[in-house]
Design a protein around this ligand. Structure first.
Ligand SMILES: [Zn+2]
Length: 345
C-alpha cells in the first residue's frame, strides 16, 4: 500500500478504496505569485500560452509539493469560447467577464454554440497544455483539469441577474441554458480526457446555495449532473463554493466521485451526509488560513480536516495569488506529520 504513486493514491481515494494516507493537493486553482516568479511563467500570459500554463501547473507539484498537477488558473476558457468578452487580469488577478452574449429571452433562441467548439484558441491552449504536462508526467502524478459546469456556463452566458430571475420565472429557458451547458461541458471534458487528463473538476458554484435556492437543485440541477456523469469518459469531481450543506445529499446522489467543498461547509456534517457515496475533498480556507496564518496554524487546521474525515486534503477553493510558498509547503507537510503523530507510519 505504501508503494502507491501519487496518481494511484488519488484515483483510489476518489474510488473510495483503501489508501495508506490521504492525498494532499489542490483540485482548485494552484497559480500563485511566488511560483510565477520562480518559473517565469506568469499571469496573465500563463492563461493563454500552453507552455507557460504547463510550467506553472507543474511547479505546483515540483516546487510546492502538491500531489496533483492542476490547471488552468481561471474560469474563463469556456465563457470566452462561447462569446463572453473577458478581461485578461494581471499578475495577481484572474481574468474576468466584461460582457455576456445573452441579454434577454429572445437572445436565447438566436444563440448558437460555435460549430468547431474544440478548435477555439482557448480550448486548444488547454489541449496543448494537457499534452505538454502528460509528456513530462505520463503516469505517476494525477493530471487534473478544471472546467465550468452547466450552471456556471448558463450564468456566464446570460448574466447573473437573468440567471437568478429565470430560474423562477422562465423555467423552460433556464432548462434550455442548462442543457446547453451540460452538452458543451461534456464535449470539452471528454476532449481533455482524450488528451490525457486523469480527472476533471466541474466548477459549478452557481448551482450552490450561495446563488441558487436549494429547493431548485433537485429538479433543475441534479438531472443535468446525472446526464453529465453518464456521458463523461473519466474521473470527475464537483466543486461548489459557499456552504453546500443544504444540497449535500443531492450532490452525493449525482454520481460525481469527488465532492470538493469550501470551509463554509462543515466537513464532519458533510461526511456524515455523504457517507461512502463520494470522496469528500477539502477544506482548509485558502484566504483566512493558507494566505494569512502562520505555518503552525495552517498545519493544525489541515490535520483537523484529516481527523474530520476528508478523503483528499485540499484547500476549500482556489489558492490566493499572494499566498506564500512556505505556507503551501507547510500545508503539504501537515499530511505526513498527521500520520507520524498518530503512529501510523
Ligand atoms: Zn470555490
Amino acid at each position: 500500500m505504501s508503494g502507491l504513486t501519487f496518481k494511484e493514491r488519488f484515483i483510489r481515494s476518489l474510488e473510495r478504496k483503501e489508501v495508506d494516507k490521504v492525498p494532499v493537493c489542490s483540485v482548485t486553482q494552484t497559480g500563485f505569485v511566488e511560483l510565477m516568479e520562480l518559473t517565469g511563467s506568469k499571469w496573465p500570459e500563463a492563461h493563454y500560452d500552453p507552455e507557460k500554463m504547463a510550467t506553472l501547473a507543474i511547479a505546483g507539484h515540483e516546487i510546492a509539493g502538491l500531489e496533483a498537477i492542476r490547471y488552468p488558473f481561471c474560469n474563463t476558457v469556456m465563457p470566452e469560447t462561447l462569446g463572453c468578452s473577458i478581461a485578461k487580469g494581471s499578475l495577481d488577478t484572474q481574468p474576468y467577464m466584461l460582457d455576456h452574449p445573452i441579454k434577454n429571452k429572445e437572445d436565447v433562441n438566436n444563440f448558437y454554440v460555435p460549430e468547431k467548439l474544440l478548435e477555439s484558441n482557448r480550448i486548444q491552449t488547454m489541449m496543448k497544455a494537457t499534452y505538454l504536462i502528460k509528456e513530462q508526467f505520463p503516469d505517476e502524478v494525477p493530471v487534473v483539469a478544471g472546467v465550468l459546469g452547466p450552471a456556471a456556463i448558463s450564468c456566464y452566458l446570460c448574466g447573473i441577474k437573468n440567471y437568478l430571475r429565470w430560474c423562477v420565472t422562465e423555467t423552460d429557458i433556464f432548462k434550455e441554458l442548462l442543457d446547453l451547458g451540460t452538452e458543451v461541458c461534456m464535449e470539452y471534458a471528454n476532449a481533455l480526457f482524450d488528451h490525457g487528463a486523469d480527472a476533471v473538476v466541474i466548477i459549478d458554484s452557481e448551482a450552490g446555495p450561495d446563488l441558487l435556492p436549494p429547493p431548485f437543485f433537485e429538479p433543475l440541477i441534479l438531472p443535468q449532473y446525472k446526464r453529465l456523469i453518464a456521458g463523461l469518459n473519466g474521473h470527475s469531481i464537483l466543486h461548489i463554493c459557499g456552504d453546500a450543506t443544504a444540497i449535500m445529499d443531492e450532490m452525493a446522489q449525482s454520481g460525481f466521485e469527488g465532492l470538493s467543498i469550501e470551509e463554509k461547509t462543515d466537513l464532519s456534517s458533510a461526511s456524515r451526509i455523504v457517507r461512502d457515496r463520494a470522496c469528500i475533498i477539502g477544506n482548509v480556507s485558502p484566504a483566512s488560513t493558507l494566505l494569512a496564518k502562520p505555518p503552525g496554524q495552517i498545519k493544525k487546521e489541515a490535520k483537523q480536516c484529516i481527523e474530520d474525515g476528508t478523503g483528499i486534503l485540499a484547500p476549500g477553493c482556489g489558492i490566493a495569488p499572494r499566498t506564500p510558498l512556505e505556507n503551501i509547503k507547510a500545508f503539504v507537510a501537515s499530511r505526513d506529520e498527521f500520520y507520524r503523530e498518530k503512529g501510523l507510519v
